[in-house]
Design a binder for this molecule. Structure first.
Ligand code: IFM
Length: 776
């Protein structure tokens, strides 16, 4: 990979592949994934290879392949594959001679360009392709290929269409529907998901040019099982350039725009849409999409001044993917743990959204954060059902969530257990319960940062109260200790299953209950109408008594006297300690499972990811720096960072503890999860939470931005090798620009509104007028 290709205006905007290797296709397919939140397309090459994964997903279109599988985002019929034959030889870069190869993702415009010279049997061709998913027209993907024979005349044949012979690793999610080619030009394929019965209308059309001049060539028409295509035969003179453009659209019965419409009407809409788009043409559509990207970047761009150029690219890469993967157009949908860039985690949403992805949106694009928070409101039915099925009350959010009505969708069986040879049981769907307070925390954070009363009144307070009702019902009375415990859970550290009193879970449940008590009083006094409505629905009066009685009796693990270490759970500190050097220095995550089964790992003092560190991050003021450091020193050496969520939290914590070198090192490691030299890490898709985490490292870590108890705090700790960082921040509806240098903090008000903006910097309070410059 080459991360320094962009120069001039494109400096630190280009992610480039400079060598073709068909063993490493997954890397660029995922990290160069295109999308617009409505859909995501993995960037498979135009020509086919054995190890490719050609995926195209439409947000929220979950389907269950059969009874024994969990629902997943179906891989829809493919547009991207082209069969290109050059003078009778199939274009195949594994053969012949390849020169000047590059594939570039331009993060600024959302366009991929691929270019090379290919010589086979003495015939040399120049090839350029461009592809984008429009940020303006959500239903549109477009691609273009240019082929020029350089040293002879050539007969070029391109076969292109819609290929429904695709699956999710073998699972076929579609019934084949009608296929049709209108006027030899507009190709249509209808497919319907097998269980959810969502209809997909996919259409494509082509335009051909020779040396820039449009040519009309009648194609051969082909229809096959789950496949419809056209084949163009073009004779080119030596040096003559063929331009082959392909516009592709997807519409589904799940789209809000088509709610209640009959399929035949969607088909008519889709045909008209494509006819109109084809009149506009590839280049103009590309320019329009690039313009939308430009607007986006003006809203979100973070500017870093540092000799470490890679850092600037890394944050842009992260933000590009956060935009591409997030269905901001529709609050019935969440963000998948791999975004829309691969089949990993089946498109399901985890706590990754609330604690890692949402903060970027909350502080930068609050309307998108609102949509994500509303998604959880939409899933309340499933959360209430999960609580009831488990004998609890209130809302117990699913560990993995898919379509809003699906409830819990975590698969039950996972990787092989090396001792038994059987599949390992995945317990998270049953007992990884902290997701419920993570949801409550994220929407409270959204409320505190935005002051969005409308959201809280219509959605947020109901979630806050119902999650508290869940926790109150979940607590278990321990008669001997005369306190409430939360037994048999998995905390954030998934290498410890069936533990009692995971500190993170207990503290956050306590926090959730306290918050509900606080808002009970507030609403009763300040918003009596709303209070009455919610009281009627959730019986708040009765629940308040239960909350008050229980909240002070929840066991909150305290730091040990000897060393300040907080027990992660009741048994962690008494488990076996082994030498973890080999696994700490691993090249690939999860290497410990080559030597141990999960049951064995459960009995060792080893952690997968940040656990108590996340608690310090969320409830920062409850713990002193000394306690944070003591726990860091104890737990970090035992943490393998086997989850991509781990490094960014550790980075923010290292910043909080003013360990700048460590913080920077962790930031770099987090940035390299997808962008690093390891060509296999992203095969199943990019790491969505880690990408959100990269934003957190910079804004929450290095710039020290935090919402604490509703107030804004900015305590910068810029890494030594950075001179400056400048970023947008939205606080209480006011757009701010924050600039941090080594010893100066500048905050600028960009919005015209006069809403008061107050914040503290290292304990001192400031009130912002238009601009403030603070030496720190
Ligand atoms: O949510 C995470 C979890 O914390 C660790 N395993 C992967 C999940 C999805 O990213």
């Amino acid at each position: 990979m080459n991360y320094t290709k962009g120069t001039g205006e494109l400096k630190n905007w280009i992610v480039s592949e400079n060598e073709f290797n068909s063993n490493n296709l997954g890397k660029c397919e995922a990290i160069m994934c295109l999308g617009n939140g409505y859909m995501g397309v993995r960037s498979a090459t135009e020509e086919v290879y054995l190890n490719e994964t050609r995926d195209h997903f439409v947000s929220g279109t979950f389907n269950k392949f059969d009874e024994n599988e969990v629902t997943e985002l179906p891989n829809i019929p493919d547009f991207t594959k082209l069969n290109i034959t050059l003078d009778g030889e199939r274009l195949d870069l594994e053969k012949g001679e390849l020169k000047n190869y590059s594939r570039d993702l331009n993060l600024k415009t959302g366009v991929i360009t691929r270019e090379f010279n290919w010589t086979f049997k003495g015939k040399e061709y120049h090839f350029i392709s461009r592809r984008f998913v429009s940020l303006k027209e959500l239903n549109l993907m477009a691609m273009e290929v240019e082929i020029t024979p350089l040293n002879m005349d050539s007969a070029v044949v391109i076969s292109s269409g819609i290929d429904g012979q695709v699956t999710n690793s073998g699972a076929q999610h579609f019934h084949e529907g009608e296929k049709r080619i209108y006027n030899k030009k507009f190709i249509e394929m209808i497919s319907t998901t097998t269980t959810m019965k969502i209809d997909f209308v996919q259409m494509t059309t082509h335009a051909l040019k020779k040396d820039g001049v449009e040519v009309e060539i009648a194609p051969d028409l082909n229809m096959d099982r789950r496949k419809v295509s056209v084949e163009y035969k073009v004779d080119l003179k030596k040096g003559e350039k063929l331009t082959f453009e392909k516009l592709c659209t997807v519409n589904t019965t799940r789209d809000l725009a088509h709610a209640g419409k009959e399929l035949k009407n969607i088909r008519t809409f889709s045909l008209n849409q494509l006819e109109n788009l084809s009149k506009i043409g590839f280049q103009t559509l590309l320019n329009e999409s690039a313009k939308e990207w430009d607007k986006k970047w003006q809203e979100i761009d973070i500017k870093i001044s540092s000799k470490e150029e890679f850092d600037q690219l890394a944050i842009r890469f992260a933000q590009y993917h956060l935009i591409v993967m997030t269905p901001s157009h529709d609050s019935r949908m969440g963000v998948g743990a791999k975004g829309l860039s691969g089949e990993g985690y089946k498109g399901h949403s985890f706590w990754d959204t609330e604690l890692f992805i949402m903060p970027f949106f909350t502080y930068t694009m609050p309307e998108v954060a609102k949509s994500l928070a509303k998604y959880r409101f939409e899933t309340l039915g499933g959360a209430r059902k999960k609580a009831e099925d488990n004998g609890y009350s209130g809302a117990m959010f699913p560990w993995e969530s898919a379509w809003k009505d699906d409830g819990e969708v975590t698969p039950v069986w996972g990787a092989v257990d090396i001792v038994t040879g059987k599949a390992t049981k995945i317990w998270s769907g049953f007992i990884e319960q902290h997701i419920t307070c993570d949801v409550a925390y994220a929407l409270w954070q959204y409320y505190m940062v935005t002051k969005d009363e409308e959201f809280m009144e219509n959605y947020g307070f109901e979630i806050l109260f119902d999650t508290a009702i869940f926790w109150a019902s979940r607590l278990e009375w321990n008669e001997e200790k005369k306190e409430y415990h939360i037994n048999n859970v998995i905390g954030p550290d998934e290498y410890k299953e069936h533990v009692n009193n995971n500190a993170f879970t207990n503290y956050m449940a306590n926090w959730n209950l306290n918050l509900a008590i606080e808002y009970y009083e507030k609403l009763k006094n300040e918003k009596p109408e709303l209070f009455n409505r919610l009281n009627e629905k959730l019986n708040l009066d009765l629940n308040l008594n239960i909350w008050m009685d229980k909240v002070t009796k929840i066991y909150l693990p305290q730091p040990r006297e000897i060393d300040g270490v907080i027990p992660q759970d009741d048994t962690y500190l008494s488990k076996e300690i082994i030498d973890l050097t080999k696994y700490k220095n691993q090249d690939h995550v999860g290497s410990m499972f080559k030597d141990y089964s999960l049951d064995q790992v459960n009995e060792i003092q080893v952690s997968k990811q940040a656990d108590i560190m996340v608690l310090f991050y969320l409830l920062e003021n409850r713990f002193s720096t000394d306690i944070k450091r003591a726990n860091w020193n104890y737990y970090e050496p035992k943490t393998l960072h086997d989850s991509s969520l781990s490094l960014s939290t550790h980075c923010v914590l290292a910043s909080d503890m003013n360990d700048k070198e460590m913080a920077y090192d962790l930031f770099r490691r987090a940035s390299e999860i997808d962008l690093g030299p390891n060509m296999k890490t992203s095969d199943h898709g990019v790491h969505a939470a880690s990408l959100g985490g990269i934003w957190q490292c910079i804004v929450n870590g290095f710039a020290g931005v935090r919402m604490l108890g509703g107030d804004l705090r900015i305590d910068p700790k810029l890494p030594e090798n950075w001179n400056e960082v400048k970023f947008p921040l939205n606080w209480h509806g006011v757009n701010l620009t924050v600039e941090v240098t080594k010893n100066t903090l500048i905050v600028i008000r960009n919005s015209k509104n006069r809403t008061e903006v107050k914040f503290t910097v290292f304990g001192k309070e400031y009130v912002l007028d238009k601009k403030i410059e603070i030496k720190y």
